[in-house]
Design a protein around this ligand. Structure first.
Ligand code: SF4
Length: 265
């Protein structure tokens, strides 16, 4: 698609794709001298949408329709799906396994998961025939977090080494990153939209408007297994060093002001 670069913006037919990856609707189409191939970030079909239009369109759909439509608007090879195999994970994994059995699911192995989480991961993997790929920090870096007990002294650094960095290594290979965040989980998550541009990747949250009760109803109605710790009062489950039983996400980093691991910020 021929586009022009003007004042730091790629100009499409009706929309402007800025150097900061923000779509801005133009008052009138602007095509002037010179052309530039638009970056290959999205398929041509998806390029025709602004973020605003994507959010408007997907907001009207059911969760299944959102995931089905994702494979219409984007190429399967460009879609990255992550799962923590935590309290809410069975929902999204079930939807993806119904829509596209070949979708790879990336699991970040922090080295500090509850044994129950690893058992749950194996169970769901077999149950839905999931294609799970594990990623983790390099041994030396992980060992540093262990030796220094960074989850106590500097949890942000611990999360960065064990979660953010390993994912950063593969993120560059994809254009859309799907995760199961829901608005009710935190104030930060309540502020999100279905699609959000985060640096070089477009983030997609198909479960964003699903409530706590709806989530549990879906899991029960579809006879999905709950995470084994759910019945012990854990409603949000991360690493064992930083998780205690609690409602919503109150059991995460409950001894510090931290509320997010940094993956989604
Ligand atoms: S959740 Fe806790 S243990 Fe896990 S990576 Fe973050 S700080 Fe470290």
């Amino acid at each position: 698609m021929p586009v022009q670069f003007l004042n730091g913006h790629f100009l499409l037919k009706d929309y402007e794709y800025s150097a900061h990856h923000t779509y801005i609707k133009l008052i009138s189409p602007l095509f002037r001298n010179g052309s530039l191939e638009i970056s290959n970030r999205m398929t041509q079909k998806a390029q025709q949408f602004s973020l605003e239009k994507l959010n408007e369109a997907y907001g009207k759909k059911t969760v299944y329709q959102r995931v089905e439509n994702l494979y219409v608007d984007f190429e399967a090879k460009d879609i990255m799906l992550t799962s923590a195999f935590a309290a809410t994970s069975a929902f999204l994994l079930k939807v993806f396994s119904d829509v596209n059995k070949d979708q790879v699911i990336y699991f970040i192995d922090t080295g500090y998961h509850f044994p129950e989480t690893l058992i749950y991961k194996e169970y769901l993997t077999k149950l839905y025939d999931l294609k799970v790929v594990e990623i983790r920090a390099g041994q030396e870096k992980h060992q540093q977090t262990k030796d220094e007990q960074l989850w106590e002294k500097d949890p942000n650094k611990c999360c960065f080494i064990n979660k953010v960095e390993p994912l950063d290594h593969i993120k560059k290979d994809f254009k859309v990153w799907v995760s199961g965040l829901m608005k009710w989980q935190s104030n930060f998550r309540a502020s999100l939209d279905y699609f959000e541009q985060r640096e070089e990747i477009l983030k997609f949250y198909p479960l964003l408007d699903i409530g706590f009760i709806e989530r549990d109803e879906f899991i029960r109605e579809h006879h999905l297994p709950f995470h084994p710790l759910k019945s012990k009062g854990y409603n949000s489950i991360g690493c064992h060093h930083c998780t205690v039983p609690g409602s919503d996400r109150s059991g995460r980093w409950n001894n510090s002001p931290k509320t997010e691991c940094g993956l989604h910020l």
